[in-house]
Design a protein around this ligand. Structure first.
Ligand SMILES: O=C(O)CCC(=O)C(=O)O
Ligand SMILES: [Fe+2]
Length: 352
């Protein structure tokens, strides 16, 4: 029986726009250490840096889909609260990176109120109770157990993928895992994401181009709008939401750790293409990142040793510093481009 989701409550995804050729990797098969699936996963991690993670047939996968559906309902309720109430949890008030943030659009609602694109970043360390939490909106406090189990389930799937990466990179088991221990402070977070309906403009789309800073990202979306830039043609193509699957992508930390073997692909969020246009778009993201104190640099060992060494070494910094500096926009991201490690051209930081 396919996993039940709420995708059928929305109009179907466009049949005419170009879509990204994401492969589908089965979480159940990765859990069963299926060799062919594990290789397909590693290929996808190198080639596109984006793939579908099918949750079908996996107990953990079913929990993730169930949690994502519940958190979709919760985030809609949160974003429907009055602006002044949400703004009590604004990043400017509680933390440079975690909390509520909005951008104001040129467009207005029928009653004249300006439209907003909004995010609410919830720190994993608060959700899994590693430390006294930052102030949380009452809806979050009320649903803390749901958010905690969702964060733990995302981390279980991520830890499994990290182990498969270690095998293919020929690193001693635990090399990457020990940089990502759930009970240690990191920039991991759950993000609620709401985009108000607005027309597509190239300018707005360009503004949103980014790579994710961290390790692995698990994304659930119900409407189209996510676009990735294809490595070979540089064309922007849509990622079609697939019920029962998450979209997983790799972030900059994995490019740095592997000296460019793995790919962190540029992507952006645009308004959903017709017939899904005119609808408010929500997505749910779990970002994993190395522990705060981990220095982001090439790991020695395995097949990483075969990668060319950079002539001039980049300044080394901790994961915590990297995230902060990327989020305020004074550092560019890195991604893998045609076989090497590349510092990105002009991408807008501060969006991730
Ligand atoms: O909403 C989406 O589909 C993707 C969001 C995203 O890329 C991000 O928050 O970094
Ligand atoms: Fe992203």
């Amino acid at each position: 029986m396919p996993i039940k989701t709420s995708h059928d409550q929305y109009p179907p995804f466009s049949t005419t726009v170009p879509t990204a050729p994401l492969v589908s990797i089965s979480l159940a098969k990765l859990e069963a250490s299926d060799a062919a699936e594990s290789s397909a996963f590693f290929e996808a991690a190198q080639n596109l840096g984006f793939f579908y993670l099918s949750m079908e047939g996996s107990e953990l996968g079913e929990k993730l889909v169930d949690g994502a559906e519940k958190l979709l309902a919760l985030q809609k309720e949160f974003f429907s609260r009055p602006n002044e109430e949400k703004e009590q949890f604004a990043r400017e008030k509680i933390d440079p990176f975690f909390g509520y943030r909005h951008g104001t659009l040129k467009e207005t609602w029928e009653d004249g109120r300006p439209k907003r694109n909004e995010t609410y970043n919830l720190r994993k360390d608060d959700l899994v109770r590693n430390n006294p939490p930052l102030p949380m909106h009452p809806l979050v406090t009320k649903n803390h157990d749901l958010l905690e189990s969702y964060a733990r389930n995302c981390r279980a799937a991520i830890d499994l993928m990290i182990t498969h990466l270690e095998v293919h990179l020929q690193l001693p088991i635990g090399t990457l895992a020990k940089l990502h221990r759930i009970n240690h402070r990191s920039g991991d977070h759950v993000r609620f994401h709401q985009h108000a309906p607005a027309p597509f403009t190239e300018e707005a789309a360009k503004q949103g181009e980014h790579t994710d800073f961290g390790t692995l990202t698990i994304l659930f979306n119900w409407l189209g709008g996510l676009q990735i830039r294809l490595p070979d043609t540089e064309d922007w193509v849509y990622v079609k939401p697939v019920p029962g699957s998450a979209v997983v992508n790799l972030g900059d930390a994995l490019v740095k750790f592997t000296a460019g073997i793995l790919r962190s692909n540029v992507h952006r969020v645009t308004p959903p293409p017709a017939p899904q246009d005119g609808i408010t778009r929500n997505s749910l993201v779990f970002f994993s990142r190395p522990e705060d104190t981990v220095v982001l640099k090439r790991i020695e060992g395995g097949i990483i040793d075969k990668q060319p060494r950079e002539e001039k070494s980049e300044p080394e910094m901790t994961s915590e510093e990297w995230i902060l500096r990327r989020s305020v926009g004074d550092l560019k991201g890195v991604y893998t481009h045609k076989g090497g490690l590349e510092i990105r051209r002009q991408l807008v930081a501060g969006r991730v």
